[in-house]
Design a protein around this ligand. Structure first.
Ligand code: DAH
Length: 369
């Protein structure tokens, strides 16, 4: 028999006339009631709820059930049949009550089992798995940049982000009237304090505080008042300084090669272009072949085929003197690279600012670990 909830509801609501005029009529009513009940009990427990189970009980064996009313009409039956009819009603009532009680008992047990099964779950298991974030492209570049330095035995040194003009400019031979001081859009703070415009300030601190020989690398945040597709006001640089006897341009070239291959995660073409910085003599600009057009020229490299990532040179003897180092005995090499710029090139980011929008979806598209 096909079953549906509507059928069950219909059966539970079915009416029964409890008046009869003869034993035969009584028998028909009893049979019909038994038939109705057995049709109800065919339904699986899934069709039942606590309410529906209560309905079943009250419909077939409850005080207001048609069965309870049957005895009232016994008087309509001839006297000699009355006793047998009464017994029949009571037997049927008893049998139906037993059937309903048995059904309801098994139904209760079924409910209990279902509840226990659901409680059997391991409630110590996490309900949802936390979404793991990924590393920011700049953190990845910074991490990769430090690897060759550590291998070559450099010390990683920190420096102040709020510094005096002396350490940020004067000690590095960027004197007051020097145009280079204007080149960097400095955030000036109270009196002689500035937000450092480059990590080169660590050079002067380190030479004064740590003494010579020195072999250091200084990653950190720097600040300039500029904002466009390739500049943001707060960005990262990595500075390198080696001061010892006999240090020359060859050392510089080697360290730069090592470093940039690590930073890009692959060997890259590098070019040193003669330039000017007050703190180095000679000075050079460091260019990397544009990683978007590989030298052909595109919008990203302003059609030069090269991307400028920092400056370098042999430490100016005036800087050594300013920091208490004798240039007749010692020489040094230094460079400073823009880490954000390297990340922009390595991951082919068109607008540097998009790395700082906090757009998690965009950042996770790099799939970095
Ligand atoms: N400090 C320079 C800048 O931010 C970069 C730089 C150039 C660092 C030459 C150096 C250097 O150490 O030798 O533009």
């Amino acid at each position: 028999m096909s079953t549906s909830l509507e059928q069950l509801v219909e059966l539970l609501n079915s009416e029964q006339n409890s008046n009869y005029g003869s034993l035969d009529e009584l028998k028909k009513i009893l049979e019909s009631e038994e038939d109705l009940l057995s049709k109800c009990l065919v339904f699986t427990f899934d069709f039942f709820s606590q309410n529906r189970a209560d309905e079943l009980k009250s419909r077939f064996v409850g005080k207001k059930s048609p069965l309870q009313d049957l005895l009232k009409s016994l008087k309509n039956i001839p006297a000699e049949e009355r006793k047998g009819a009464g017994q029949l009603v009571n037997q049927t009532k008893q049998a139906m009550e037993n059937a309903v009680t048995k059904f309801l008992k098994t139904y209760e047990e079924h409910l209990e089992q279902t509840k226990i099964a659901s409680e059997n779950e391991d409630i110590t298991l996490p309900t949802c798995f936390a979404k793991l974030g990924s590393r920011h492209p700049i953190s990845v570049v910074m991490r990769d940049l430090l690897v060759p330095f550590q291998r070559m035995g450099f010390a990683v040194v920190d420096g102040p982000e709020i510094d005096t003009e002396f350490f940020n400019f004067d000690a590095l031979n960027v004197v007051k009237e020097h145009p280079a001081r204007e080149m960097q859009d400095t955030f000036f703070l109270a009196s002689e304090w500035v937000l450092r415009t480059h990590t080169s300030n660590v050079q002067s601190h380190a030479m004064k505080e740590r003494g010579i020989p020195l072999k250091i690398v200084c990653p950190g945040c720097v600040y300039r008042n500029e904002f466009d597709m390739t500049h943001v006001p707060s960005f990262r640089q990595i500075e390198c300084l080696v001061v010892d006897k006999g240090i020359h341009m060859g050392h510089l070239r080697h360290v730069i090669n090592e470093l940039l291959s690590a930073a890009f995660g692959r060997p890259v073409k590098i070019r040193l272009r003669s330039s000017f910085f007050p703190f180095t003599e000679p000075s050079a600009e460091v260019d990397v072949e544009c990683q978007q057009c590989f030298g052909k020229g595109c919008r990203s490299c302003k059609h030069t085929g090269w991307s400028e990532i920092g400056g370098c040179g042999v430490v100016n003897r005036k800087v050594l003197e300013n920091c208490g180092v004798d240039p007749a005995i010692y020489s040094g090499i230094a460079f400073g690279f823009g880490v954000d710029r390297i990340a922009k090139d390595r991951f082919a980011v068109a607008d540097l600012r998009s790395l700082f929008d906090g757009n998690v979806e965009y950042l996770s598209s790099f799939s970095l670990t």
